[in-house]
Design a binder for this molecule. Structure first.
Ligand code: ADP
Ligand code: MG
Length: 140
């Protein structure tokens, strides 16, 4: 299995609901190492830039308003098969379809406010990591 890096975010609802520690604990318990971490409050413009891939979707305005509504925690996670491991821990986008025991099944109550973001492929991971972190902010 390749060692990969992926970008994780705890969304404003996850921060507001006080599950930062629980979410990070799940990552660490499953072998994902934190290589960089920061808390920040995205502007609407920054949220729109991050989610530009979804700009034609009907939920784009609502999603980016939500994502700029409060602080988030951004992290680089690293480990074997980290992109898929993180997606498996997150669960399906729609919490009602997420497997029991996943972050979204346990904490999300809305399809939009679904606690976490995780990169979906190596190319998007690279772009998303560079969106939040420069080389000096990453440990190796
Ligand atoms: P994922 O976060 O699982 O990779 P997507 O990339 O498809 O999911 O969508 C990005 C985010 O947009 C989701 O995490 C969720 O916050 C929001 N979203 C996706 N689908 C919908 C929808 N049908 N209605 C409202 N928000 C949605
Ligand atoms: Mg996605």
């Amino acid at each position: 299995m390749p060692i990969e890096q992926t970008l994780s975010m705890i969304k404003p609802d996850g921060v507001a609901r006080g599950v930062i520690g629980d979410v990070i604990g799940r990552f660490e318990k499953h072998g994902l190492k934190i290589r960089a971490i920061k808390m920040l409050h995205l502007s609407l413009e920054q949220a729109r830039a991050f989610y530009a891939v979804h700009k034609e979707r009907p939920f784009f305005d609502s999603l980016t308003t939500f994502m700029s509504s409060g602080p988030i925690v951004a992290m680089i996670l690293e480990g074997e098969n980290a992109i898929q491991v993180n997606r498996d821990l997150m669960g399906a986008t729609d919490y009602r379809k997420a497997a029991p025991g996943t972050i979204r099944a346990d904490f999300a109550r809305e399809i939009e406010a679904n606690i976490v973001h995780g990169s979906d492929a190596p190319d998007t991971a690279k772009v998303e990591i560079a969106f939040f972190f420069n080389a000096l902010e990453q440990v190796c």
